[in-house]
Design a protein around this ligand. Structure first.
Ligand code: 3HC
Length: 311
């Protein structure tokens, strides 16, 4: 049974009002936003690693410049989102500690390796495509700082997807070996991209409450379906085959029927047993350790400044 404060909070949510940092909110609302926003930020930062792997090996100067810009955008998205999470009372250091200790999650998709240049195209097309599908509704999130961060981030995401699709369009028009490289990338990135939307609705522990609080506007399966419906025609345009024998247009549903992701693989990756989990966390821990001298220098300088002002 809701107490009067929670009831009036829920009325504000139902009326579509934005909740701002200083306003009263149920502890559960605060907690689930810290969980989701901080993990979203971790995803952006860890997401730089698979793509960064190809910056020195991009096939042309133009592709290198585009990839550099995209990876830099992801860093910025991460910083916006860490700032949004801080408005809820968690510190930047706490969030980093949760990532480095393995306590916090980041998107499962970044635990897969980028084996060829076509993977960079597949990431832009599929991973950023799925991220856009998931982030556009988040612009209407009831929590002000997250909604505003999403509006800013979504403006940059369409470029990310378009540049990926452009890479693949170029390659499928190239040699048979290049087209085969693209099909191989689709084979490896299709199912992990569907897993980005989360477990199926009946296995989603947070969806009901997150939807009641208008943090989540659509269910995991709903967005997954929209992503498949939008992406299949694009794969056909590229002359590619989606690696799902169950994929079939369903006229009365007005959408595709498709197979089930391998949920065992999904939960294994979430448990830290994916192909690249150790490598990704290792890279983040190393970056943190390598940056200690710089953080210490900043702190020492700030203390000297404070002492001088006080003296
Ligand atoms: N990877 C890792 N963990 C996942 C996941 C995934 N793909 N999908 C779900 N989970 C986790 C959830 O975090 C939750 O675990 P937790 O309680 O420890 O946090 C558990 O699985 C159950 O899932 P639920 O569906 O109940 O959880 P949510 O209601 O939080 O829904 C979500 C999951 C749809 C990912 C939601 O958290 C969300 O929309 N997050 C913000 C957007 C986001 O993170 N998008 C993917 C990042 S990719 C990206 O943005 C980078 C791009 O620019 C390249």
């Amino acid at each position: 049974e809701m107490d009067p404060q929670e009831r009036s909070f829920q009325e504000r949510i139902d009326q579509g009002q934005k909740i701002e940092p200083k306003e009263w909110m149920p502890e559960g609302y605060r907690k689930t936003l810290i969980r989701q926003i901080s993990q979203h930020a971790h995803s952006e930062i860890v997401g730089q690693l698979p793509e960064g792997n190809w910056i020195t090996r991009a096939p042309t100067l133009e592709r290198k410049a585009i990839l550099l810009a995209k990876v830099q955008d992801e860093a910025g998205h991460g910083l916006y989102l860490y700032c949004a999470a801080e408005t809820l009372g968690i510190s930047r250091d706490e969030m980093y500690e949760q990532l480095h200790s393995g306590k916090a999650k980041y998107s499962s998709i970044f635990n897969y390796p980028t084996l060829t240049w076509a993977d960079i195209g597949a990431i832009g097309w599929l991973v950023d495509g799925a991220a856009i599908m998931n982030q556009v509704p988040l612009q209407r999130c009831s929590y002000g700082p997250y909604s505003r961060a999403m509006i800013r981030i979504c403006k940059e995401e369409s470029f990310h997807q378009r540049q990926g699709f452009d890479i693949l369009m170029k390659m499928v028009k190239g040699t048979p070996a290049q087209k085969a490289m693209v099909q191989d990338a689709l084979n490896r990135w299709w199912w992990p991209s569907l897993m980005m939307f989360g477990p199926s609705d009946d296995a989603s522990v947070h969806s009901a409450q997150s939807m009641a609080w208008k943090i989540k506007q659509n269910s995991n399966d709903e967005l997954r379906q929209k992503f498949v419906d939008q992406t299949v025609p694009q794969a056909e345009y590229l002359g590619l085959t989606i690696p799902d024998p169950k994929l079939e247009w369903n006229e009365e549903k007005g959408g595709y029927d498709f197979g089930e992701p391998d949920w065992n693989e999904f939960f294994e990756v979430l448990a830290g047993n994916g192909p690249c989990n150790a490598e990704r966390l290792g890279a983040r821990r190393k970056a943190w350790a390598d940056g200690a001298w710089f953080r210490d220098g900043l702190t020492a300088y700030a203390e000297k400044q404070a002492a001088r002002r006080a003296g």
